[in-house]
Design a protein around this ligand. Structure first.
Ligand SMILES: [Zn+2]
Length: 384
């Protein structure tokens, strides 16, 4: 225990040092709040939408009455070079998001978070906001497919900053009358440091787990675990996928987010062209699970603010409630569900807390010492 205590002393000193930099934005590091950007009461959060009035129950496969006809989930549509019968077929194919991990890995991550919250967190101050250094890597095919513009990249970063900043959407059409304008203001924002462009047919077609993915990332990745690397390629048959924070230390080269290039704002691949694929995948990168994690109404994401959900939503099924015995309609407006871009508009406060904890544990200034201290009393944190 002696070593553990010493680690905490070192940690506290490091955090105090970080707080001494008040007034500066230390990119990618936890800093003191200088923009009134925390949990102030006067911020216009929207927590009670959809729960304060009664909804008629609508099954996911039904046509939601308020949905803009442009976004009819029962219509066929083309995305990822393929025509889908309807949105449900696309969701069922698994192409919506390729971020998965095993129950064992999930248990390790949850257990580490529990230990961190009980033993480490109380001793370190956590009031700061985080600006994340962000590198965007654009991969194009031999024929030039995937060549998104610098403006699109800038707009993509804006979409993420709006989403994580609790601000209304600026891109894409609205699709439902009940979609809330915005959600919780999180402590995260993103600063574009550099955009790279590479023509590589194999990397353009790389999917999750492929050797081309590893080659691409080893060739292009910048920074450390506090640095966000986003790759835009052909998507490998998916809208996107991400690595979780606990895998970064052991395999930093693979850490990052991959999105299909056509998911950026302004690329006209409705209903997933408002940039929220990146928002969703970066949510995973910061440690968030799907709102329907675990399925079976077990509330697998562990957050009361996102009611239990038996399965992923598709389209924008307002009033959907797949867990009638549990409180609350399904969190279809949450960025971590599978709804359309136009339907996803919020993070919850609890998700911010979770992201912040995972940031401090795995990506922040003191993560190495924290991981050491967790290693003494907790499970090993290894992930492929
Ligand atoms: Zn996902």
């Amino acid at each position: 225990m002696m070593k553990y205590a010493q680690t905490l002393v070192k940690l506290t000193a490091a955090v105090l040092f970080a707080q001494g930099s008040k007034g500066h934005v230390m990119r990618g590091k936890l800093v003191n709040d200088i923009h009134n950007h925390g949990h102030d009461d006067d911020h216009n959060h929207k927590h009670n939408h959809g729960h304060g009035h009664s909804h008629t129950h609508i099954h996911a496969e039904d046509d939601p009455p308020t949905l803009n006809s442009k976004f009819d989930p029962n219509e066929k549509f083309t995305i990822l070079g393929k025509e889908w019968k309807n949105n449900q077929e696309f969701i069922d194919s698994g192409a919506r998001c390729g971020t998965h991990h095993s129950i064992e890995e999930q248990n390790l991550m949850d257990e580490s978070l529990k230990i961190y919250r009980a033993k480490v967190k109380p001793s370190i101050a956590q009031t700061g906001s985080v600006t994340i250094d962000t590198y965007v890597h654009i991969i194009t095919s031999r024929s030039g497919e995937g060549d998104i513009t610098d403006q699109m990249v800038e707009d993509q970063i804006t979409v993420m900053n709006d989403a994580f900043g609790g601000l209304p959407k600026q891109f894409g059409d609205s699709c439902g009358n009940s979609v809330p304008q915005s959600g919780a203001q999180t402590d995260f924002s993103f600063q574009l440091i550099k955009t790279t462009r590479t023509e590589n047919e194999a990397w353009f077609n790389a999917g999750p787990g492929s050797s081309a993915e590893r080659q691409m990332k080893e060739g292009l990745r910048e920074g450390d675990c506090s640095t966000l690397n986003m790759y835009f390629n052909g998507g490998g048959g998916l809208l996107g996928w991400a690595t979780f924070p606990n895998g970064c230390e052991s395999d930093t080269a693979m850490d990052g987010v991959v999105n299909v290039y056509s998911s950026v704002p302004g690329s006209d691949s409705s209903p997933y062209d408002a940039g929220d694929t990146a928002t969703h995948e970066v949510g995973h990168w910061l440690g968030l699970y799907h709102t329907f994690q675990g399925f079976l109404c077990i509330d697998g994401d562990g957050l009361d603010e996102t009611p239990a959900e038996r399965s992923s939503a598709s389209g924008c099924p307002e009033g959907r409630n797949t867990c009638r015995r549990k409180d609350g309609d399904d969190p279809i407006y949450n960025f971590m569900d599978y709804s359309y871009d136009c339907c996803m508009s919020e993070f919850a406060e609890g998700q911010d807390t979770r992201m912040k904890d995972f940031w401090t544990m795995y990506r922040g200034l003191d993560s190495k010492q924290i991981l050491e201290s967790l290693g003494e009393s907790g499970p090993s944190i290894e992930m492929q």
